[in-house]
Design a binder for this molecule. Structure first.
Ligand SMILES: Nc1nc2c(ncn2[C@@H]2O[C@H](COP(=O)(O)OP(=O)(O)OP(=O)(O)O)[C@@H](O)[C@H]2O)c(=O)[nH]1
Length: 887
């Protein structure tokens, strides 16, 4: 025995305080007075062992006594937990909720007992300072787990901990007992439940506590599992692991059936945790199924008609209409499954789906014009044909008068308003050579018709009045003539007039790249007078000369091909079409097709109004026998049989109808969103009825022209013929619809019904009036423009707060004048800070209406008092202006 160990050294060795050592030593019957007291080495070892393990050979009897004592006097026990708690705080400060719960006397008592038990049961192999701090945390096992964490000297421990984590999460693969498995499943379920409840919220400190609590509840689980899960951070890791695990399980789920149940749970809980509905997954699955089915078809190329609808295309490609619509939606096209697809859309869709799309003409079997051109051309039968000449020019420059003079006819006087209302064609003879003239109306609204006229035209004559020169419509005519590619002759009319100035016309035309031949250009300028007839022969000679150069030829024996230049519905005669024969000979009895119309030619009237049996090359006349009124500009071709003609026309009519319907439903995304967003797109629905097809085309064309982005005319129906009851029905179905009649008037019953139904019918005999009326209507529909006009500016030089009234700005008017009741904006440092109305304007104490530049005034605003010195007040008035539509 040697007295060479002091109390404080024992304390150090045992990781306890000197007082504890003294107390423990006392238990062993060793009296120690102070930390400096020395004990024998054996005693020191005994004390250390006792402190570390709670066991001592010297203690047996005393320990029993102590336990009894503890039960009798638990207060003494409290001292130890408190000390232990201190130790725990040193080790871990994060534990909040749990630790606090443990501080309740009851729990402390339990813990003390647990601690006692643990002291007895745990083998004292390792000497780890402050281990007792961990003992405080309710259970032995967690305490033991913390040892390696703190000491960091047991390599195997973390691995064990990892295993236990996966046991908890993944279904207890490594659990040894069924009980543990059960507990672990409960834990998983409870964790998932909690996740569902909390969804996206990150785990909070108190939640960690809860998780721990739950884990504590499953003591059995922890008896084998290692124990780092007690740490708050580790609980977080558990959560993350769970999420990760579920993620990992997501993909290989297909191949692995063993843990299907668990995986399903994980999958379904995951979207919920992220705030999504589990149904989303179901939908996804369904989609996938569809795709698989589609893929099985594996279509690599399709041949489709030119005009194919979305659903038809989808069907052909083995896709669903939704897939096609989705692709187009991505391109900004809002289509329905019944809409037609454009060529470029088809190309994109083909690329998108990896399908080679071959487009065939939808009207392949009904493309009678192409078929005719391919089949009927036989150059060996070619003969020179008369030229077709179109006369165009500015209004009142004398087109009709000129043609009248040429044909010694009086057409002009028969026209309403002195305007040529419809295209007419006539054939004359000059030196025994035929020339066919087409008269086009002089109004700009007929531009479209003129363009069509030019397509049957061989030579264009532009009429320019020698006294008036080039006008707006002359310029338009030049464009159309150039576009047609036809040779042009300029007829400078009214040369009989004093004011006639040929050179002026020439120079004006030269400026527009219409240089006269005598000025080194290519255009013939012929001075004519429709009044005196001067120069007319010269003009006709020139036409024939041009015609010769053109070498116009056609086959008189071919099946007839003609172009409709005018059409109308005549009472007692039915649809009437004025045509110019371009090839072959059009005979009475021919079965003809004319786009969507067909029929057998019943009768032909030539340009002189005489019935004829046939029309030869370039001749013109009116034919009867069509089932409907054909559109002006369409091509008429004779067919072998009535059946053939009917079939072609019916097919084309169906196609046209379907396309028209599709047009109404097709709207780009941009347009659609624009319409929805603005909600102010205004349309004037109209029904147009005219006496002849030419006027109809012209009116429609000009109405389309005068629309703008805000208001437009929507032609819901148009046709040749009188206004009927069915027009009224159609009009009443569309809100605000008006019926426009040109050279047609409603009959008694229709008129009465329109009056009763409150439907407006406007009739006109002059196109100008009709268009002007519509312009006025549209202008009225346009929202007024509010224009601002600045009236003045004032500088705030002082401010006065008037109790119960507000702040008065003492101002100096620096520009214009300030008006009471006017609008004003307050500009502070160049930025508008307020816009409102001036509620009070004073000069000294008097209310005034306005204060001019150079004067001081007091200004108050309506419900605004934040005025500061240095602010500028800009006053303005708002002027509402009605917008006018420009055509
Ligand atoms: N002095 C004179 N007057 C002419 C001549 N040609 C036409 N006019 C007159 O000019 C006016 C217009 O003639 P139109 O033949 O109606 O003119 P347009 O170009 O056919 O007119 P629209 O049919 O309205 O497009 C008429 O009053 C004619 O009498 C001419 O050579 N000399």
């Amino acid at each position: 025995m040697s007295d060479n160990v002091r109390v404080y050294e024992i304390a150090e060795e045992a990781g306890a305080s000197s007082n504890e050592v003294i107390a423990k030593a006392k238990d062993l019957g060793i009296e120690l007075k102070s930390p400096q007291t020395a004990v024998s080495f054996e005693d020191a070892e005994e004390i250390t062992n006792y402190i570390m393990t709670g066991k001592s050979s010297k203690l047996v009897k005393k320990t029993v006594t102590k336990v009894v004592k503890k039960k009798e006097a638990p207060k003494k026990e409290e001292e130890t937990p408190k000390e232990e708690e201190k130790a725990e705080k040193e080790v871990k400060t994060e534990k909040t909720v749990e630790t606090k719960q443990e501080e309740t006397p009851e729990k402390q008592e339990e813990k003390s007992l647990e601690k006692e038990t643990s002291v007895k049961s745990v083998a004292p192999k390792r000497v780890v300072p402050k281990r007792r701090g961990l003992k405080i945390i309710k259970k032995k096992k967690p305490r033991e787990e913390k040892e390696p964490t703190i000491s960091n000297n047991i390599d195997n421990q973390p691995k064990k901990a990892m295993k236990s984590l996966s046991e908890i999460l993944g279904g207890n693969e490594n659990s040894n007992s069924n009980e543990q498995t059960k507990v672990s499943q409960e834990q998983t379920a409870a964790l998932k439940q909690k996740k569902k409840e909390k969804k996206k919220q990150p785990p909070k400190a108190h939640e960690h506590g809860k998780v721990i609590e739950f884990e504590r509840g499953s003591e059995n689980n922890f008896s084998n599992a290692s124990d780092e899960s007690l740490l708050g951070e580790e609980v977080v890791l558990l959560d993350m692991d769970l999420a990760d695990t579920s993620k990992l399980f997501d993909e290989p789920a297909k191949n692995n059936t063993k843990n299907d149940k668990d995986k399903k749970q994980t999958r379904s809980s995951r979207p919920a945790a992220f705030g999504n509905r589990p149904q989303g997954l179901k939908r996804k699955k369904r989609k996938k199924r569809i795709r698989r089915e589609v893929e099985e078809i594996d279509i690599t190329e399709v041949t489709i008609p030119e005009d194919v609808r979305v659903y038809e295309f989808a069907e052909a490609c083995g896709k669903s209409p939704a897939e096609v619509i989705t692709v187009l939606f991505g391109l900004g096209m809002m289509v329905t499954k019944n809409d037609f697809l454009k060529q470029d859309e088809l190309e994109i869709l083909g690329e998108e789906f990896g399908i080679e799309v071959t487009v065939k003409d939808a009207l392949e079997d009904a493309n009678y014009v192409e078929d005719y051109q391919e089949e009927e051309i036989d150059e060996s039968n070619f003969e020179t044909r008369p030229p077709v000449v179109t006369i165009m020019g500015h209004v009142d420059h004398g087109k009709t008068s000129l043609l009248d003079k040429i044909r010694s006819s009086k057409i002009a006087s028969a026209e309403a308003g002195g305007i040529t209302q419809h295209i007419s064609a006539y054939t004359i003879k000059q030196n025994n050579q035929k020339i066919t003239f087409v008269d086009t109306p002089g109004h700009a609204a007929f531009s479209a018709m003129r363009a069509r006229g030019a397509s049957v035209t061989d030579i264009v004559i532009i009429v320019v009045a020698a006294d008036d020169g080039v006008k707006q419509q002359t310029e338009e005519v030049i464009s159309h003539a150039k576009e047609s590619g036809c040779p042009i002759i300029v007829a400078v009319n009214k040369i009989d007039k004093e004011a006639a100035n040929m050179d002026m016309v020439k120079s004006q035309m030269a400026e527009r790249e219409m240089t006269p031949v005598d000025w080194g250009g290519e255009i013939e300028f012929i001075g004519v007078s429709a009044k005196t007839g001067e120069g007319i022969d010269d003009l006709l000679e020139n036409i024939l000369l041009q015609s010769e150069i053109l070498e116009l030829k056609a086959d008189p024996n071919a099946k007839a091909k003609a172009t409709v230049v005018e059409s109308s519905l005549e009472k007692g005669r039915g649809p009437v079409a004025t045509v110019i024969v371009q090839n072959g000979e059009l005979k009475v009895g021919d079965n003809v097709v004319c786009d969507t119309t067909f029929g057998r030619v019943k009768a032909i009237t030539n340009d002189l109004g005489k019935p004829v049996k046939s029309l030869g090359l370039s001749e013109t006349g009116s034919i009867l026998g069509l089932n409907e009124v054909p559109d002006a500009g369409t091509v008429m071709v004779a067919q072998d049989s009535d059946k053939e003609a009917r079939e072609i026309a019916t097919k084309r009519a169906e196609h046209a109808r379907a396309k028209e319907l599709s047009k109404s439903t097709k709207v780009s995304l941009e347009e659609m969103s624009g319409l929805i967003a603005e909600g102010k797109i205004k349309q004037l629905p109209v029904i147009i009825k005219t006496d002849v097809g030419g006027s109809l085309e012209a009116i429609k064309g000009s109405l389309e022209k005068i629309q703008n982005e805000e208001v437009k005319v929507k032609v819901i129906h148009s046709g040749v013929g009188g206004i009927t009851e069915s027009d009224l029905i159609l009009a009443s179905a569309s809100e605000g619809c008006i019926i426009l009649g040109f050279n047609v008037r409603p009959t008694g019953s229709v008129k009465n019904k329109a009056k009763a139904d409150g439907i407006t019918i406007n009739t006109y005999s002059i196109i100008y009036d009709l268009i002007d009326d519509i312009k006025d209507t549209l202008s009225g529909m346009m929202s007024a423009v509010i224009r601002e006009e600045n009236t003045g500016q004032a500088e705030v030089r002082d401010t006065f707060v008037v109790p119960k009234v507000g702040t008065v700005a003492g101002c100096f008017v620096t520009d214009g004048k300030v008006i009471r009741g006017g609008h004003a904006r307050i500009i502070r440092d160049g930025v508008v800070t307020y816009t409102g109305k001036i509620s009070s304007l004073k000069r000294f104490k008097d209310d005034v209406k306005e204060v001019s530049n150079g004067y001081e005034c007091g200004i108050m605003f309506d419900k605004f008092n934040d005025i500061k010195v240095g602010d500028y007040i800009e006053t303005f008035i708002q002027i509402e202006e009605k917008r006018e539509i420009k055509a």
